[in-house]
Design a protein around this ligand. Structure first.
Ligand SMILES: [Zn+2]
Length: 279
């Protein structure tokens, strides 16, 4: 599932390609995504100029000059591809093509868990999917103090707390393990047991890991690719994710004796950590 770095990379990729182009036409081949693409989607966006690109959590928002915004969520397997011309032989999972004056945007989604809709820009924050979103890790006031006050009220383990989108918007399963490893915090620690100092380390690691991932084009696993078809490279920089039994990069000798990187399951999701480094 694309997480914040992948969504940020996709947003930057389409911004670079489409820029402030005019939407000439929209062709929907299949409306049945997680929710149905509304029947009036084509009418709400056609003829408008794209005037801004944003990311809210794992949602991509394209603001238009007609007062509407296009909202897209990539779900589990959604891809936004950029092409000069509309595909002559569309893939069976190419559900939607937006043709603009600068080129085409094609939405491909084999598992169809994604979302595509348009809504008035001024109403976006009132939508249930946005009004419940927590703080973005790249927001200026995302810091140790924010994490500390939120963690104090949560007695679940810190790993699932990092995945709680109503607390922090955008972190998913891969980066939660990487962030906790970087911060030296064990994923099974109760959130309310973290000290102020640990929360400030956690905030710094969150930004550091996510920024490095954005700089590397995200992690190309489960078919993720950038809009121009290039792969992301952050998967080569994963230090614990999917590394069960591997020697810990930060404590090669002590880690070996302990069996290396461990995998556990929390709330049905895999977590990877080093039992030596992470306390
Ligand atoms: Zn280690």
């Amino acid at each position: 599932m694309p997480e914040l770095p992948e969504v940020e990379t996709v947003k930057n990729g389409i911004k670079k390609f489409i820029g402030n182009a005019v939407i000439r036409s929209v062709e929907v081949r299949n409306r049945q995504l997680r929710a149905k693409i509304p029947e009036d989607f084509e009418q709400a966006v056609s003829g408008a100029t794209v005037c801004g690109y944003r990311r809210r959590g794992k949602y991509i928002v394209m603001d238009l000059n007609n007062g509407n915004s296009i909202v897209c969520h990539l779900g589990m397997s959604g891809k936004l591809k950029t092409t000069d011309e509309p595909p002559t032989a569309p893939d069976k999972h190419d559900h939607l093509t937006i043709q603009t004056s600068a080129g085409c945007l094609v939405y491909n989604d084999p598992r169809r868990f994604g979302l595509f809709f348009a809504a008035p820009t001024t109403e976006l924050e009132k939508l249930p999917c946005f009004s419940k979103l927590g703080k973005d890790p790249f927001a200026a006031d995302f810091d140790g103090e924010y994490l500390f006050s939120g963690c104090r009220r949560r007695h679940k383990a810190v790993k699932p707390v990092l995945l709680d989108q109503s607390f922090i918007a955008g972190i998913g399963n891969i980066y939660a393990s990487e962030i906790l490893f970087d911060a030296g915090i064990r994923p099974t620690r109760r959130a309310n047991s973290l000290s102020r100092k640990e929360c400030s380390r956690l905030a710094a690691s969150t930004r550091k890991i996510l920024q490095t991932a954005v700089d590397n084009g995200g992690s190309s696993i489960h078919d993720y690719q950038q809009p121009d078809g290039r792969l992301g490279y952050f998967q080569y920089l994963h230090r614990v994710y999917d590394k069960t039994g591997c020697t810990c990069p930060d404590c090669p000798f002590a880690g070996q004796k302990n069996g290396g990187i461990r995998k556990i399951v929390q709330d049905g999701r895999s977590t990877y950590y080093c039992p030596v480094k992470q306390k």
